[in-house]
Each structure stands twice: as C-alpha cells, then as structure tokens.
Design a protein around this ligand. Structure first.
Ligand code: FAD
Length: 305
C-alpha cells in the first residue's frame, strides 16, 4: 500500500468511514465557490476524533489546515496538500447556561448561536448573526460587525495547541486585536468558545438582528459568492472608498470582479478561478498604493499559494 492510501486508512480508523474525503474540491466548502482539491478533507464527529487526526498529522509530518464554514478563505486552484479538518456542522453543540453564559463548539455557526441566544433572552451576539462563519473562525479572526466584535463577549477559548495539548485561554490571554488573535499567531486550533451575554428581551433582540440583516442585504453583494471584505480596514481609511477613488470598482479579471455594489468585496461572477481573484487583489493593491499611498492588506486567508 502506498503512503497516501496508508494514511487514508489510518484517518478512517480514527474518525470512521465516510468522514474522510480524498481529493475533495474546496470550491464545495468555501463561500467563494473557488478552490482545487484538498488531499484529504476530514469531517470529525467528536473532539476526540479531531485531536486524534491532529496527532496523526503531527506524527506523520502531514500539513494540517482547519476550516470552519470557509467564508474567509481563498483556496488556490491547485488546492492544498495534507489534511483539511472541517469543523462546521459536526462539532457544533451550543450550551446555554442559566447565568448568561453560552459555550459553543468551534463548528457552531454564528447564526445558530445568535438564534439560541435570542430564544434564551440573551443579548450581545446580535452583531454576529449575519457573519456567515463558525464561532471558531470568529474567534481566530476576531470577527466583528456593526460596532461589535467577538472579543467584546468572549470569556474564554479552549484550544488544541500545535504540540497537542488542550488548553484554556482566558479572554485577556487571547491577545485579540483588529482581525487578529493569539490563536492565529501561534497556530492554535479553537475547540470551544465561552461567551458572556446579558439578559435582554427576545423580541427586541430579534428586531435588532432583522435590522442588521436588512442593512447587509442593502449594502453587500450577497447574491454573488465572495469571502466578505477582501481587505482589512487600513487605519484612518475605508478600503472600499480607497478602491473607488482609485477607479477600481468594477475592475474584472476573468470571472472575478470588484463588486459594483460594494467596492470592498471581490465577487465570483460565476466561473472565477483563484488566479483571477489573486490578479484582481494585486491590481487593486497596486492602484490604491499609486493613488493614495496606502498598502491594502488582504483580510481573506490565502490557502495553497
Ligand atoms: C457575505 C460575507 C459577509 C461577511 N461579513 C463579515 C463581517 O461582517 N465581519 C467579519 O469579521 N467577517 C465577515 N465575513 C468574513 C467571515 O465570515 C469571517 O471571517 C468568519 O469569522 C470566518 O469564519 P469561518 O468559520 O467561515 O472561517 P473559515 O473561513 O473557514 O476560516 C478562516 C480562517 O480561520 C481559521 N479557522 C477557522 N476555524 C478555526 C478553528 N476552529 N481553529 C483555528 N483556526 C480556525 C482557518 O484556518 C482560516 O485561516 C464575511 C464573509 C462573507 C462571505
């Protein structure tokens, strides 16, 4: 048996048949609908299974990537080698305590957590209800919207460290900043996040989430695949405005285009390749730097380039 087949068998023995997909197209697991194959895409059904897969990768020197809902990832057309552990859907238990505390496994979606909090009459997570990712992804990226960010409501994060030990970081140890965290810096895999929310009125919470969703639908190109804001907000500026001022709104390469609705988004008009998106990103960066002297940094995570 060759090394690839041997590892497939090992992985299946750890997480069960049907949960190890070989050469699985990442375009089917990212909101950009772009990306070549993952050598293995593994869907662990338990935390123990996840930790065992990570240990197996460590022991055999196989690269390990973590995917939530793929809403902030641009995967290359060649795909990625090694194992992609997809946490969304399976590791998604949400536990609502009686004291405003919520514990959510990393694969739980922000939408599901916001809905559970609303049902329980807990306020504080409305800002995240329309961020189309998992809480694991939100913790790593310190996702934020409409004057809220994950670090405002997170009390702790339980992680699998690169050396294989499970540890709990309190909020002050997570080193959250703008779209930044210690987990991102040190390569920790987020297993679970603890939130502290406040008592509120379910009807008012629902109303606030509906208002925010309406604002998203009005401003953002939700009708086309994307990974949200392509660039981080440069200090003192808005990326969208800089892109408009540089005359790049609507700029298109192949199937990738700077959205005509919101210049901060690059969208997939149907048949975009990752190379098209990379070209658009590079063109925008060059023109913005030329026009305003500002260096735009991608917010979207680039895989396999
Ligand atoms: C239409 C649209 C609107 C958006 N609006 C917003 C917004 O308002 N605010 C905002 O902040 N973002 C926004 N985003 C971007 C995206 O939704 C967020 O960054 C989100 O937090 C990513 O979560 P995810 O589960 O999809 O992560 P993925 O895209 O799957 O992963 C993103 C990164 O986090 C890592 N990661 C994911 N899960 C884990 C984990 N458990 N442990 C360790 N690393 C992990 C991945 O390896 C990757 O590097 C938007 C995206 C879209 C498509």
């Amino acid at each position: 048996m060759d090394a690839h087949a041997n590892l497939t068998e090992q992985l299946e023995s750890l997480v069960g048949e049907g949960t190890v997909l070989e050469e699985e197209p990442l375009r089917d697991h990212t909101t950009f609908c772009i990306g070549g194959p993952a050598e293995w895409l593994v869907l662990p059904r338990s935390e123990a299974g996840l930790c065992a897969v990570a240990a197996c990768c460590r022991a055999s020197g196989v690269p390990l990537h973590v995917l939530g809902l793929g809403s902030n990832v641009l995967a290359s057309d060649e795909g990625v080698r090694g194992v992609v552990l997809k946490l969304a859907d399976n590791l998604s238990t949400i536990t609502v305590g009686s004291d405003g505390r919520v514990a959510a496994q990393a694969g739980a979606s922000n939408a599901a957590i916001a809905a559970a909090a609303c049902d329980a009459g807990l306020t504080g997570y409305e800002f995240a209800s329309g961020i189309p990712g998992t809480i694991g992804g939100a913790a790593v990226m310190n996702a934020g919207a409409y004057d809220g960010q994950l670090s405002d409501v997170a009390e702790w994060v339980r992680c699998l460290a690169p050396d294989g030990h499970v540890m709990r970081l309190d909020a002050e140890e997570a080193d959250w900043g703008y779209r930044h965290s210690r987990m991102m810096e040190e390569g920790h895999l987020v297993l679970e996040v603890g939130l502290r929310l406040a008592p509120g009125d379910s009807a008012a919470i629902q109303q606030r989430m509906d208002e925010l969703q309406q604002r998203r639908e009005e401003k953002q190109p939700l009708e086309l695949p994307s990974a949200g804001s392509t660039f981080k907000r440069p200090e003192g500026h808005f990326a969208g405005k800089l892109i408009q001022d540089a005359g790049m709104q609507g700029h298109r390469v192949g199937g990738a285009q700077v959205s005509t609705k919101h210049a901060g988004f690059v969208v997939n008009c149907g048949d975009a390749t990752a190379a098209d998106v990379r070209r658009v990103i590079a063109d925008v960066q060059a023109k913005v730097r030329e026009r305003s002297g500002v260096a735009l940094e991608p917010e979207v995570r680039l895989w396999g380039f």
